[in-house]
Design a protein around this ligand. Sequence first.
Ligand code: ADP
Ligand code: DP6
Ligand code: CO
Length: 324
Amino acid sequence: MTKAITARAHTNIALIKYWGKLDADLIIPQNSSLSLTLAPFYTDTTVQFLPELTHDQIKIDGQLLSTAAGQRVHTFLDLVRQRAGLTAFAQVDSTNHVPTAAGLASSASGFAALAAAASKAAGLELSLPELSRLARRGSGSATRSIYGGFVEWQKGHDDLDSQAVPFQEKIDFDIQMIAILLDPRPKKVASRAGMAQVVATSPYYAAWPPTAEQDLIAMKAAILKKDLNLIGQLAEANAMKMHATTLSANPPFTYFEPETLTAIELVQNLRNNGVSCYYTMDAGPNVKVICSAKETPAILARLQQHFPADHLLVAKPGPGVTYI
Ligand code: ADP
Ligand code: DP6
Ligand code: CO
């Protein structure tokens, strides 16, 4: 029996998106990406390896997962066992303080917390870069959730160099996000399936990796300049380029819902009225508004004319993974 270990990891939202894999097993991405880790959204995961168990027992938000639903976590635990030279199955108890599979990056906080808790419970003492590479095997976006603030995932070439690097852990200018929770239900097309379909069938996909790499260079310069408007413009354009690849896939699909367009229009109207705010969107219909804390009250007041106040979640930059 090993000790029970609990880890906390926060979600992150990409300003320059990871979209498409070169290697689906190792999760080596087609392009590097850059994200902001968020304070209020996180996952707490406890792992304990117990010799008396006959299979992995995986609970997320109090629900015991069936073998099929738990397969992804089980495969990840096999990787940890293999590295640690361990055979015992594990008890995993995880709580998402973020909607699951709704495009708010539960897979990022979920697998970063699991990587930290499972590796330590298995007796591995991993460095942060090692932890980032391990988390990558669970979900690409989890690579970045090991660190706080602005984080770059350098795509690398193989298992040993595809990892996150903190770009700016302590952010000394005014930037945050407002998540508009317009639909908390699990998405119809998971990130994994969506990007695979796009890579395999969209004639526009070939344009994505080079344009994302260019956006990343511009984004890093904008962050160093603390230029919120430029950060917002680049993030918005990058996100829409990503979403253009879903409409051009075969069969075509989209993560947009009618309310997504309403949210985007509200952000554009605010901007036309002199308020600095920009939108980004992941593999799900929920919109995240990039803005300053200073202008957040004015933005919330406008958004509340259309969305319930408790569906507007203000998120400041958050920290990297911790043990609790
Ligand atoms: P999201 O936008 O929430 O990241 P994804 O489609 O990328 O959506 O990933 C959702 C999947 O992530 C879930 O179906 C589940 O397999 C996994 N996941 C979510 N939360 C956890 C967790 N706490 N621990 C382990 N895996 C998780
Ligand atoms: C649109 O990391 O959820 O949110 O690696 O298959 O688990 P898997 O996918 P995931 O994809 C995230 C895609 C995105 C962009 C991003 O977070 O960079
Ligand atoms: Co995800």
